[in-house]
Each structure stands twice: as structure tokens, then as C-alpha cells.
Write a protein that binds this ligand. Structure first.
Ligand SMILES: Nc1nc2c(c(=O)[nH]1)N[C@H]1C(S)=C(S)[C@@H](COP(=O)(O)O)O[C@H]1N2
Ligand SMILES: [Mo]
Length: 219
């Protein structure tokens, strides 16, 4: 399995640092250095809006599990403790919601998705992934977008545990795509051979969602 380098500018790591959890995390800064920070059609907000369909699940971290299934050689289910024992990474990034707000300079901490995927061993033909959340919510993205080194299963933000309304205890963070791909309260990663639309994608949103190309809708 290959992990693509970040497409945007990288700054040198400033060494391991203590997080709220006390866990040292390697740092990766993927904020662009070669262009304006806010993509076309977006405006910058200082606040962090809360956006989702349905109710906020209140599941304590201790009883949270993450499943990796579908076209993988070793399907697995990780407990919270198993997840926390994996390598941790801090990612500094901007986030862009398709409803046009952008929030700059976010500091997420979590487990790189690639670490979890590697343990499950996606089959060569598994070119796409469905990300599952409670109540049947899902989002889809190409495998190569999910397995970039800056894509996290995040449990912390700006030095604090991730709040339930922002996807705590665990959410996906895919900095280079519109934020609807970043499933909150993620429960499973399902590798699939054919692209299959998730919740918003079935409702007309783009199968990939690159904010720099304004891939908002499928039409
Ligand atoms: N489970 C789940 N995850 C979700 C959503 C949702 O409805 N359910 N909405 C997405 C959308 S459209 C956005 S913009 C972001 C918002 O994350 P935030 O509330 O932390 O800003 O979550 C994404 N992840
Ligand atoms: Mo969104």
C-alpha cells in the first residue's frame, strides 16, 4: 500500500509534543503555502459551525469500536484502547464546508487512517471506500484520497478532546476535500471495488469534492 505525500506545502516537524492526552504526536502541516488559503466561492469564519444530519450520538470513548471491512484481507474491529495504542499524528489544516464556510488553522490529533488500513490489508482492487457513521449516514471517497498521510481518525482538536457535536469521540478528517467527506462519529471503513455514493452523494453532491476545483455537485 502506498501513502501519497501531501499535495500542498509541508513545513518541517517541530518535534514531538504533548497533547491533552499526554501522547506525543508527530506533526504534519498541510496548510497551503503556494496559493491563497480560501478556495473559490468560500468565505472565512473564525467560529466552528456544527453541521450534521440527525441527532448527536453520545457514546463514551470506552465503548467505541471502529470496524474495517469489505474488500480487505484481514477484517478487523478496534477498541478505543487499541486505537489509542497506534501511532498518533498531529495535522494542522484548513477545513472547507460545501455550504461555503472555511475555518483556517485547525490542529487535529489522531491516528493516521493509513495505519489502520495497513493492518486490515485492502485488496488491490479496492479502489473506493465507504465511511460509515451511526443512523445509516455514510460518505464515499476514492481509496487514494483516504490513504493520504494527513488523513486522520481524529479524537482531539486544538489541544482538547473532540466535542461530541464535532464528531467526538472519533471522526474522520480529510483536509483536502470538502468537509462533508469527514464523517463524524465514524464507526466503520468499508473498502469496495466500485464507487458507491454515500448519504450526501446520493443527494447530488460530488463523488470526490475537491474544494479547489469547486466539485460541489455531481451535475
Ligand atoms: N456522521 C456524520 N458526519 C458528518 C455529517 C453528518 O451529517 N453526519 N455532516 C458532514 C458535513 S456536511 C460537514 S460540513 C461536517 C461538519 O463538521 P462540524 O460539525 O464539526 O463542523 O461534518 C460532516 N460529517
Ligand atoms: Mo458540509
Amino acid at each position: 500500500m502506498t501513502v501519497e505525500p501531501a499535495a500542498s506545502g509541508r513545513r518541517p516537524p517541530d518535534g514531538p509534543r504533548g497533547e491533552a492526552s499526554g501522547q506525543a504526536a508527530e506533526r504534519l502541516d498541510v496548510r497551503p503555502t503556494d496559493r491563497v488559503r480560501v478556495p473559490p466561492g468560500q468565505y472565512q469564519t473564525e467560529k466552528w459551525p456544527v453541521l450534521h444530519y440527525g441527532a448527536i450520538p453520545r457514546v463514551p470513548a470506552e465503548s467505541w469500536t471502529l470496524e474495517v471491512r469489505g474488500a480487505v484481507e484481514r477484517p478487523l474491529r478496534l477498541t478505543w484502547d487499541e486505537l489509542m495504542a497506534l501511532p498518533q499524528r498531529e495535522v494542522v489544516c484548513d477545513i472547507h464546508c460545501v455550504t461555503q464556510w472555511s475555518r483556517l488553522d485547525n490542529r487535529f490529533v489522531g491516528v493516521p487512517v493509513s495505519e489502520v488500513a495497513r493492518r486490515a490489508g485492502p485488496e488491490p482492487g479496492a479502489a473506493h471506500v465507504l465511511i460509515h457513521a451511526p443512523d445509516g449516514w455514510s460518505s464515499n471517497l476514492p481509496r487514494e484520497d483516504l490513504l493520504r498521510e494527513e488523513v486522520l481518525l481524529a479524537h482531539g482538536h486544538d489541544g482538547r478532546p473532540l466535542e461530541p457535536e464535532h464528531g467526538g469521540p472519533l471522526r474522520l478528517v480529510v483536509p483536502h476535500l470538502y468537509f462533508w467527506k469527514s464523517a463524524k462519529w465514524v464507526t466503520a471503513l468499508e473498502f469496495v471495488t466500485e464507487a458507491s455514493p454515500g448519504f450526501w452523494e446520493r443527494n447530488g453532491y460530488h463523488m470526490r469534492g475537491d474544494p479547489w476545483r469547486e466539485e460541489r455537485f455531481a451535475w
